[in-house]
Write a protein that binds this ligand. Structure first.
Ligand code: SF4
Ligand code: SF4
Ligand code: SF4
Length: 246
């Protein structure tokens, strides 16, 4: 679907594991890696969010064929960064990108961004922008064994403590780790950044409390909401969405 294809690249980067993977399955369609196409799937890994009617139709067809549907990354699991589009009116976007004539043209089949599970049932979500290679391999193993993979429902802070990081808040910064689903080993904090929330929220995030925490650490209410809306535009249920800001 609509994506940067970075999550497919993570799968392709499993060089060491690919021979084992290929000895267990037949890959029948993989846009980034092969030109052959087939619509006969047992398991479908779906990358990208749904932004056109054509994509929605394709997804429904896939769901009819595939026994198991797994989303691959933030775009497909939550809408991810693509959700930023939902801050704008569709006609404004069409005009801004393609010019005035695009507003009335039927050529530009573009809609508000939806996660895949807003269109079809999904059996398992692999989160992250991009996905974690280790998490992909573990989930893949589980599927081969006939098991249902499990996504963590605890915050990135847990991964962060395990990684031995000093907390960003203690260093004068602000971070979304406390409300973000773990599973990435807090890689961004480990490499000197903050958690921006790419894996989406834990199941019951305390958004109100976290906005207060961000405010206590120097953010205005709007800045806190903007941070939370970077990967989760419209999912926080809080505050005004500012166009084009993050
Ligand atoms: S989740 Fe991120 S890396 Fe993966 S396809 Fe979407 S934008 Fe690209
Ligand atoms: S740096 Fe972020 S993820 Fe790590 S413990 Fe602090 S708030 Fe949590
Ligand atoms: S630390 Fe946060 S932003 Fe970075 S990969 Fe993990 S969930 Fe995504």
């Amino acid at each position: 679907m609509t994506s940067c294809e970075g999550c497919q690249l993570v799968v392709l980067s499993c060089e060491t594991e690919l021979p084992d993977i290929l000895s267990n399955i037949n890959i029948v369609y993989f846009r980034e890696a092969m030109s052959e196409k087939s619509s006969d799937y047992d398991i479908a890994f779906i990358e990208g969010s749904v932004t056109t009617d054509k994509e929605a139709r394709k997804l429904r067809k896939i769901r009819k064929t595939a026994g198991i549907v797994v989303t691959l990354g933030a775009c497909s699991s939550t809408g991810g960064l693509n959700r930023l589009k939902n801050r704008f009116k569709i006609d404004e976007l069409k005009e801004g990108v393609y010019g005035k004539e695009a507003v009335t043209s039927r050529t530009f089949d573009t809609r508000r961004v939806r996660a895949v599970d807003k269109v079809i049932d999904v059996d398992f979500h692999l989160h992250g922008c991009p996905i974690s290679k280790d998490e992909f391999l573990k989930a893949f193993n589980s599927l081969l064994l006939g098991l249902t993979p499990a996504a963590p429902n605890y915050p990135v802070c847990t991964d962060c403590k395990r990684a031995g990081n000093a907390c960003v808040f203690k260093k004068g910064g602000a971070c979304l780790g406390p409300v973000t689903r773990a599973g990435c080993d807090a890689i961004c904090v480990t490499y000197g950044s903050i958690c921006w929330g790419c894996r989406g929220f834990v199941n019951t995030p305390n958004i109100t409390a976290h906005i207060e925490t961000l405010k206590r650490h120097g953010k205005s209410e709007q800045e806190a909401v903007d941070m939370l809306n970077l990967y989760s535009t419209g999912l926080t249920g809080r505050g005004k969405l500012r166009k084009g800001t993050s």
